[in-house]
Design a protein around this ligand. Sequence first.
Ligand code: ADP
Ligand code: MG
Length: 506
Amino acid sequence: MDQAALATGTPKGPWGSVAPAAPACSLTEVMSEQLARQLDEENNVLPSLSDPAADLLLEDVPDTASDLMLAQMLQLQFDRECDDQLRREERKFNGDSKVSISFENYRMVHPYEDSDSSEDEVDWQDTRHDPYKAEKPQATPRKGFTGKGKNITTKHDEETCGRKNTARMDNFAPEVLVGDGLGMDLKLSNQVFNSLKQHCYSEQRRSARLHEKKEHSTAEQAVDPRTRLLMYKMVNAGVLENINGCISTGKESVVFHADGGSLEEQPVPDEVVLKVFKTTLNEFKNRDRYIKDDYRFKDRFSKLNPRKIIRLWAEKEMHNLSRMKRAEIPCPEVVLLKKHILVMSFIGKDHVPAPKLKDAMLDSDDMKAAYCQVLHLMQQMYRECHLVHADLSEYNMLWHQGKVWLIDVSQSVEPTHPHGLEFLFRDCRNVSTFFQKRGVTEALGVYDLFNAVSGLNIPVAAEDEFMAQIVALEKRNEDHVQRRGKKTFPVSLEDGGPPLKPDADD
Ligand code: ADP
Ligand code: MG
């Protein structure tokens, strides 16, 4: 409390000195013209006070003639009271705890805020009757009315109902600010009360919906608690030093960057990625055909529940990468497979992933070199690894150290897959279109590229005819497989990937 106020024994408000005897008054009174005039007169009398401290104070007294000013001052007063309340709550909440929580952000910010007297306000507030506390309306007895004869008041009486409605606002959710209406003799008609109630309910529902959506989306975008636990276990076991952050969130997977540790005495690459296959099943349903018709996984596919099928995707990517590595195709090296998490080497440097071919800024020579490499990579995959990428495009090829690296091979299938050649045709179309658009004149058209990769000599014709030939070939191959019980393409059963250990909770 400041000296002047102490000297006079009166607290200081934004109006200057407030007479301590001023009774608590209702808004109706404050708004009345008569009272305004009366206050104005009192104000004018004040300068005649002989107290020099009062004179000093009065220099700060703002002009109260304008309604706007008055409203702002009232608001300021109100805000200060809120802030004091907040401070008290903060003190109570934190107690003697060493870790404390600040409520500072909830404080009102007001252009009229000055630094003085906020502590005074606490005393002021504490020693007074709280004008904002609602007085309970009289309950109507069970018989439904009070009084006798002419003075009978039923429970439907407008005034009683109005007061009851006002009191019932107290039951609204805590975040609903009902203002100081509770403390006044305010009568809310049923209609007004009902629409207020309706508004509160719909607001609550809206906020719950928003909240839920937020939680749901985090679960979708990041990882569920079980996956997080698996990731922590990898850090605990020392396989990873640290998990740094998310590189990409796709429809089927989330990719994280991590610092490698060591695995069974073997060093893990300094930088690795964790490809977490999403356990939300929707997307994978559309992709069943990449796995259920893959004879390598066919038997297991039919026996597994959908959650475990997702692990098959991770496993499939691991086997495919291992095959590619053996053929010395530039691709990530598998470090570890744990359920639906595949850990592999990071293509990039110092936490910066290599750009996708789509984003890499290559001059025409590099672009041409990239094309030649991709053609060769496709041939190697087909002939040496017996794989068709099945999602090959500028999005799944990275440009790193002057080379094209292939990634994202969970859906890759063998050429004997019932749709393998169709997938290859689609890959060829993506590659051909991309390089032709980027001005590589040497880039083969889709049909020539298909023949160059597969070694098949399908006569170049209109697309319908070409596709018909492809489908016929696939059919012939399938028949052959069924008749002979073996594959038309030689298959290597040993991928050389890390052994899969059955999990305790499988
Ligand atoms: P999705 O099936 O979600 O497309 P990808 O395997 O293509 O999964 O990975 C998504 C993105 O994550 C890639 O486009 C690439 O930018 C990044 N990424 C994936 N694997 C690696 C890796 N080994 N090194 C660097 N970045 C990678
Ligand atoms: Mg991808």
